[in-house]
Every structure is written in structure tokens, then in C-alpha cells.
Write a protein that binds this ligand. Structure first.
Ligand code: FES
Length: 76
């Protein structure tokens, strides 16, 4: 089944975000990011690509341990 080439909707990481797009990509200029940015890595955020804390509910429901990517400027 893993190499059948058929997609299984339940195995998708992305369940809701730009679901009809062939690839979801976000691009940012580092100069526009401010002192701290928190990006979602669970794909459950309503503010994707930014984290809104939804990973906590996902982790509680699934036993997963996903958290965000936090980027800060040095000396910020
Ligand atoms: Fe997805 Fe926080 S909401 S990592």
C-alpha cells in the first residue's frame, strides 16, 4: 500500500490548507519578519503558516508531540 501510488486522504498531513493546490508554499523576506515569528508545523493552525496553538489540541488527541518553529532575531 505504501508504494501503490494511490493517495489515502487519511494519511495526508495537510487536511485543510489550500487543499486544491498541488503544493503549499509560503515565502517571506527575512527583513519583514520582525523580532520573533512562530510558524506552524502541525498544519492545524487557523492562521497557517503561523502557529495559533492548535498543535496542543492535536497532540492531546493523537499523542503526537508536534510544536512550532520559533525564529527570533539575535539581540531582539
Ligand atoms: Fe501548528 Fe502550533 S498550531 S504548530
Amino acid at each position: 500500500r505504501f508504494f501503490s501510488g494511490q493517495s489515502d486522504p487519511k494519511s495526508r498531513i495537510n487536511q485543510t490548507i489550500n487543499i486544491d493546490s498541488p503544493k503549499v508554499v509560503h515565502s517571506f523576506d527575512v527583513e519583514d519578519m520582525g523580532n520573533k515569528v512562530i510558524y506552524c508545523r502541525c498544519w492545524r493552525s487557523k492562521k497557517f503558516p503561523y502557529c495559533d496553538g492548535s498543535h496542543g489540541k492535536h497532540n492531546k488527541e493523537t499523542g503526537d508531540n508536534i510544536g512550532p518553529l520559533i525564529i527570533t532575531k539575535r539581540n531582539a
